[in-house]
Design a binder for this molecule. Structure first.
Ligand SMILES: Cc1cc2nc3c(=O)[nH]c(=O)nc-3n(C[C@H](O)[C@H](O)[C@H](O)COP(=O)(O)O)c2cc1C
Length: 328
């Protein structure tokens, strides 16, 4: 496939980053998954969202979400919250925990988050959004980035205003998921609307939403003129995808995965889940990943039934080996 342009790297503070980001996904992009993505190359990755309240309370499960894999760089922590003071405190805790870059979540559509005036709810309240961004930038010398949607709903598409506020208070980069909060994940991401945000600021803008492969990566970049892309759901069961796209966008080389390589990836990911969570939790957490890894492959239903009944990672590994062997 020929392409229109090679996409340059992105600078945030002292960091020079490839133009493809792995999206933060709660319950998915833990250190075990991020390390597995990193086996395929170098892309910036963001932790699962960390609520500022729980962070300040030093909730052990929350602090664990800010753990990084050995050698992770840059370490990007995503914070969500609706109180400037708490967010500023959480920034300091994240920095002490080793963060290199912060990311503020203004896109989460979930009721439990928006009811606390956090996540996408901040897009309805310019004043509070500004206070939070300002407080966070003031609390740290680390670069602060922002992830948001196009607005609350079709009547309140105010991404441009929020982007200008963000630039004014010193945010270093903005990621825009091309949907409103009320859309949740329905419809298609509007990449052209992300382009309007790109035109309104001088800081780098990343386009996000519905990017699945090289064709959609190019289409999103062409429609938005963004500086880079962020990939979320398409990386589920395909941790090689972000680096594959980064390689394609920066060198025009597309590296395909061999089934044997996929098997090794799944096994490594399982080992990392055990190291990160211990056997018992790893068995539970691994089930959804096994479901994604097997999607669209022959005899996936039988494989999933076996995995869902398995009581140890060793057992799951045996099913993986048998299942992948049948694919060759
Ligand atoms: C299961 C799941 C969890 C998510 N968790 C977060 C999160 O913690 N923080 C965040 O900013 N976005 C979160 N998102 C949104 C993604 O980062 C991304 O913006 C969205 O999925 C659109 O990109 P995609 O079409 O490439 O998946 C989540 C999405 C999914 C599907």
């Amino acid at each position: 496939m020929s392409m229109n342009r090679i996409i340059p790297s992105i600078k945030i503070g002292a960091h020079v980053l490839p133009p493809v980001f792995l999206a933060p996904m709660a319950g998915i992009t833990d250190a075990a998954f991020r390390e597995t993505v990193s086996d395929f190359g170098y892309v910036p990755m963001i932790t699962e969202m960390v609520t500022s309240e729980a962070c300040v309370r030093k909730n052990p499960k929350t602090l664990r979400m800010m753990d990084f894999y050995q050698g992770e760089s840059p370490k990007i922590v995503q914070l969500v919250g609706g109180t400037p003071e708490r967010m500023a405190e959480a920034v300091k805790i994240s920095a002490d925990h080793g963060a290199d870059i912060l990311n503020i979540n203004m896109g989460c559509p979930m009721k439990k988050i928006v009811h606390g005036e956090a996540g996408a709810a901040l897009m309805r309240d310019h004043n509070l959004a500004k206070k939070i961004l300002h407080a966070v930038v003031r609390a740290t010398s680390l670069p602060v980035t922002l992830k948001m949607r196009l607005g609350w709903d079709t009547h309140q598409k105010n991404a441009l205003e929020i982007a200008r506020i963000a630039e004014e208070v010193g945010i270093s980069l903005i990621i825009v998921h091309g949907r409103t909060r009320s859309q949740f994940y329905t419809g298609m991401a509007d990449w052209e609307a992300v382009g309007e945000v790109k035109k309104s600021v001088r800081i780098p803008v990343i386009v996000n939403g519905d990017i699945k492969n090289t064709a959609t990566a190019m289409a999103a970049l062409n429609a938005s003129c963004a500086d880079g892309i962020m990939v979320g759901r398409a990386a589920l069961g395909a941790p090689w995808l972000p680096c594959q796209l980064a390689s394609f966008l920066t060198t025009e080389v597309l590296v395909e995965q061999h089934p044997l390589m996929i098997q090794q990836t799944v096994i490594r990911h399982l080992d990392r889940m055990v190291a990160f969570y211990g056997q018992e939790r790893a068995v539970c957490i691994s089930r959804k990943h096994m479901c994604w890894y097997s999607k669209g492959l022959e005899k996936a239903a039988t494989f999933r039934t076996h995995v869902n009944k398995a009581l140890s990672i060793q057992e799951i590994k045996q099913y993986v080996e048998e299942f992948m062997h049948e694919q060759q």
